[in-house]
Design a protein around this ligand. Structure first.
Ligand SMILES: [Zn+2]
Ligand SMILES: [Zn+2]
Length: 380
């Protein structure tokens, strides 16, 4: 029965454009679902602080307006789901949103009190997903509408559901991934006590200097990590998943094999976590890189022929995703094109954009097929 229900919901979410126009109840249903899931996540995070919460986000939940926001979210979810149920012949979207919002209210709603806390050691970070999705989605979706590179591309473009699922998985598992991803730096830190004086020196540098150094060093590590994943055939299988996106927007950057996420974080966090940077510098850099990588993939116009030589822009990274021959193995940096210039991989023809995105090989569609892909593909 549950399977049938999910089929219906999926069917309705992916309804063809003709039956999801304005007034069809599709948008109200979709946003009802979004607000209901976010509201539900927030209520759960408040009720089970030990299970589901990212410690860094405690401050957000302690903020006085947080419960007010939960309340508003659930109200919007109710309103929109009722509207969708009224307008739409198919009821799956609206009904699901309504049920989730009601369950959120039943377990306590905006006034929920923390239940007995369990210390599981592994958090699933629902709140991280919520904050992440809201922060980046509400920032980029309108900007992409106002300044699109590809005019006709819609918010709900091809394979958006797959990419949203990537977003969900990587945000939910952020803590689990972090545990694995932080293993290399934990090892380095445990064996380099003699660096402590140097670390002290770094920690005492001005904040801005530390932040810039964090960008330069992480990008240097990221650059070579990224090149190795393009070069070694077995590793390319993982990275090909990221490159399989045929449409570029803020959400497309989330498409990344979980093995690659863990390894990427393990490698790029090495200089960050082992050289003595102040914790506030680390936090600022991590937040910055989240937003920045969404920006690089975003469907945003602007050639920035001059700036693109000094700072990575959407067009700079879009060339990295280009399908044409000239786009192969160029622009590996995430922040500093200077690295590509130094190592001979810089490519930014004035005013031109790639025609198509993707990879020549057939990467299967869907999260689970792509999770298996690196292990089953034929290495030629
Ligand atoms: Zn790449
Ligand atoms: Zn990318």
């Amino acid at each position: 029965m549950l399977g049938k229900f999910f089929k219906r919901l999926e069917h309705d979410l992916g309804a063809p454009i003709e039956v999801r126009g304005f007034g069809s109840g599709w948008f109200s249903g979709f946003f009802a679902l979004l607000f209901a899931v976010c509201g539900f996540g927030m209520v759960v995070a408040l009720r089970y602080p030990g299970w589901f919460s990212t410690p860094e986000l405690q401050a957000v939940k302690d903020w006085q307006g947080f419960r007010g926001m939960v309340h508003v979210f659930l109200l919007i979810a109710y309103g929109l789901s009722l509207l969708s149920l009224l307008l739409r012949p198919r009821k799956a979207l609206g009904a699901t949103a309504l049920v989730i919002a009601v369950v959120a209210a039943l377990i306590g709603g905006a006034n929920v009190q923390p239940a007995e806390t369990h210390d599981w050691g592994v958090f699933f970070g629902i709140d991280f997903f919520v904050v992440n999705l809201l922060a980046t989605g509400f920032m980029f979706a309108p900007i992409e509408r106002m300044f699109p590179h590809r005019e006709g591309q819609r918010l709900f473009r091809i394979e958006w559901r797959e990419d949203l699922f990537y977003y969900l998985i990587s945000s939910m598992m952020v803590q689990l991934f972090a545990f694995l991803a932080l293993a290399p730096q934990a090892y380095v830190n445990a064996h380099t006590g003699s660096w402590d004086q140097f670390r002290q020196w770094v920690a005492n540098l001005p904040w801005a200097v530390q932040f810039l150094a964090a960008i330069v060093l992480s990008d240097l590590f990221q650059y070579w990590y990224h090149r190795v994943f393009h070069r070694v055939p077995f590793l390319w299988g993982f990275h090909a998943v990221h490159h399989s996106a045929k449409a570029m927007d803020w959400l497309a950057g989330a498409r990344m094999h979980f093995v690659e996420i863990v390894l990427l974080r393990g490698v790029t966090s090495l200089p960050l976590f082992t050289l003595g940077f102040a914790p506030s510098v680390l936090q600022a850099y991590i937040g910055f890189v989240y937003v920045y990588s969404s920006l690089l993939h975003a469907n945003l116009k602007g050639d920035f022929d001059g700036l693109g030589h000094w700072l990575a822009t959407p067009r700079f990274h879009h060339w990295h995703h280009g399908l044409e021959d000239e786009a192969i193995d160029v622009n590996f940096a995430i922040h500093l094109p200077l690295l590509d210039k130094l190592f001979g991989t810089f490519f930014l023809p004035p005013g031109r954009w790639p025609q198509n995105y993707g990879v020549p090989e057939q990467v299967p569609q869907g999260y689970w097929a792509q999770a298996k892909y690196p292990f089953v593909r034929k290495i030629t």
